[in-house]
Design a protein around this ligand. Structure first.
Ligand SMILES: Nc1nc2c(ncn2[C@@H]2O[C@H](COP(=O)(O)OP(=O)(O)OP(=O)(O)O)[C@@H](O)[C@H]2O)c(=O)[nH]1
Ligand SMILES: [Mg+2]
Length: 464
């Protein structure tokens, strides 16, 4: 293990694929149905040894059968076994899925029998890893399988499904083709330089590098939104006491979750709730109002408010919009100078006071009492959190690994631009272009180290 390069055609990987792996593919616990999944060249043989079927297995067909205890001849379960013949299966190997009743004892009994018959327990993500190694999925698609399973909103699932369908890879493929064409053109020029073949003019090279970088830059910008989709958002609601933080919190979670009273200093502990705003999972945190604490509990609460404020992805600062700004408000705004900040001037129903801020801050007028401005508040939260990144794009960079690959490719391309500007020989330029190419290969997993693969697939659940 370590730094060896593995690819879909690596010899040791093909050998490994002949091994048959097994796992319980359904989540732990009891359920109507539980599935034992086998993949590998002996999947069919081991599966047939496990169940007694009315008709022999046939590719793409579900077969009714029984699990029999070989010692006693007793029937233990009624099952349906489905056979997917290589290469038309999830992993590209032979796969047998035995759908049993979802009893943990029965499932582990079947698992043990498969192990005794020579199958090996699958590692987390190993089925998907095989799909990757066989070239059926690239790395961005494999990551999307995990994201799809982990999705907590339908929108997250929709985005993951697009990625699983190869949206990101399709976006990168033509860029890569153009880069390869440029490299090939330059290589020809380098090889034949002495034979008086015209080398490509610098201006043309610069244009072509620019055309390669530009879609990558667009892609890099999708990370703001892609990360939000993937990881969600932590939003802290802060401000002076009694301005309506808990009331706005309740509006956003659409129920009376936090206590609201007319007495300043009502909220003391953090109140946390997860909601989905336009499909983005948002963790909302209501906090204790910021002021000189009147007792120990409040003082601890305010300390927590400040900690949450320091860690949040976005701070929703609530002020009383019906009265002029309080000096404490100005101080808080000043202390948040370099943070993503949204101001909610609440109590709109009571009036609109002139607010003079010493710097531009996004501001929404709301009334937690009437509900006015709450929809605008929701969309502002998303707009600021995504930093205006495009959200309509089908191809999104959703995790740091992907983002790093794109950023590295762009860095190499700008080095290439510098080499052109400095009229350096094409050999130098080519080094940068090859670097850019290898970053793009890393993105889709055309070249991947074992370490990286292990990192990615170990975050999957067993049986996927
Ligand atoms: N008229 C009006 N009253 C509001 C509005 N929002 C909140 N209030 C009232 O203001 C008072 C304080 O509201 P809370 O939501 O408890 O305020 P808070 O900022 O959480 O206060 P602390 O937890 O004490 O820091 C309550 O009496 C609310 O009913 C609003 O938009 N309009
Ligand atoms: Mg409160």
């Amino acid at each position: 293990m370590g730094s060896t390069l593995a690819s879909g055609s690596g010899d040791h990987e093909i050998a490994a694929q002949l091994e048959t792996i097994v796992a319980i593919a359904t989540p732990p616990g009891r359920g109507g149905i539980g599935i034992v999944r086998l993949s590998g060249s002996r999947a069919k043989a081991i599966g047939e040894g496990l169940v007694r079927l009315a008709h022999p297995m046939e590719p793409g067909r579900a077969r009714f059968g029984h699990v029999i205890d070989p010692a006693t001849g007793d029937t233990l379960d009624e099952v349906v076994a489905t056979f997917f013949a290589a290469p038309h299966s999830y992993t590209s190997d032979d796969i047998v899925e035995i759908a049993m009743h979802g009893s943990p004892v029965l499932l582990s009994y079947a698992l043990d029998r498969a192990l005794a018959a020579g199958a090996r327990l699958a590692e987390p993500g190993e089925f998907t890893r095989r799909a990757f190694l066989s070239g059926r999925l690239d790395l961005t698609q494999a990551e999307a399988v995990r994201d799809l399973i982990d999705a907590s909103t339908l929108h997250q699932a929709r985005i993951a499904a697009q990625q699983m369908g190869g949206a990101l890879s399709r976006k990168v493929a033509p860029v890569k083709d153009r880069l390869i064409a440029l490299i090939a053109g330059l290589e020809a020029g380098v090889d034949f330089a002495e034979d008086d073949i015209d080398t490509m003019p610098s201006a043309e090279i610069a244009t072509r590098v620019g055309e390669i970088a530009s879609p990558l830059r667009d892609l890099e910008r999708t990370f703001g939104y892609g990360r939000l989709i993937h990881e969600g958002l932590r939003l802290a609601i802060v401000g002076r006491p009694n301005v309506g933080k808990s009331s706005l919190f309740n509006r956003l979670v659409e129920r009376d979750r936090a206590i609201v009273t007319a007495t300043p200093g009502t909220t003391r502990d953090l109140v946390t709730e997860r909601v989905s705003i336009e499909g983005i999972p948002v963790e909302l945190i209501d906090t204790a109002g910021l002021r000189e604490a009147s007792d120990e509990a409040e003082s601890i609460g305010i300390t927590k408010s400040r900690e949450v404020m320091a860690e949040a992805d976005l701070i929703l600062m609530v002020i009383d919009g019906a009265t002029p700004l309080h000096p404490d408000d100005l101080a808080t705004i000043a202390s948040l100078a370099d943070r993503p900040l949204l101001l909610a001037a609440n109590k709109l129903d009571l009036g609109v006071a002139e607010l003079s801020l010493d710097r531009p801050v996004s501001l929404i007028r709301t009334s937690a009492a009437t509900g006015e401005g709450i929809a605008a508040l929701r969309s502002s939260i998303l707009r600021i959190a995504t930093n205006g990144a495009p959200s309509q794009e089908a191809a999104l960079v959703t995790n740091l690994r992907q983002k790093q690959a794109v950023t590295d490719a762009l860095a190499s391309l700008s080095k290439a631009q510098e080499a052109i500007a400095a009229s350096l020989p094409h050999e130098v330029l080519l080094v940068d272009l090859y670097d850019a190419l290898s970053s793009l290969d890393r993105l889709t997993g055309a070249t991947t180290t074992d370490d990286i693969m292990h990192l990615i697939f170990s975050t999957f659940c067993i049986g996927k």
